[in-house]
Design a binder for this molecule. Structure first.
Ligand code: SF4
Ligand code: SF4
Length: 100
């Protein structure tokens, strides 16, 4: 059996599938302080956590739903920086969100 040829995913343009499935910025403990994240951005995270919603299906509180971009891109966690377009996890997120 031959493996299917997967499409090349070179960048995130028109996507945001991974952010759609990450309810809060995935900071490691203490990482926010290293990034010097402002209070207003931290409050969004605290509010989401305190509401205790069904995290796994919610978009990130830092995601701008109007343009699909991170509101605090320059402050995003290392985990977001390391998430590679075209990786297996990327493809899974895109598939789950119906991004073609
Ligand atoms: S799922 Fe992949 S292509 Fe889409 S925004 Fe995330 S890294 Fe980029
Ligand atoms: S890139 Fe921004 S919007 Fe996307 S998951 Fe990370 S912090 Fe949230």
């Amino acid at each position: 059996m031959t493996n299917p040829v997967l499409p090349v995913i070179e960048n995130c343009e028109g996507c945001s599938a991974c952010c759609q499935r990450t309810p809060v910025p995935p900071f490691e403990p203490g990482e926010e302080a290293a990034h010097d994240v402002p209070e207003s951005a931290l409050q969004l995270i605290r509010d989401r956590i305190s509401r205790d919603e069904q995290f796994e299906l919610l978009p990130c509180v830092w995601l701008n739903p109007l343009n699909g971009l991170c509101r605090h891109y320059e402050l995003r966690p290392q985990a977001c920086r390391d998430f590679s377009p075209g990786s297996q996890l990327c493809r899974l997120c895109r598939d789950d969100e119906g991004v073609r």
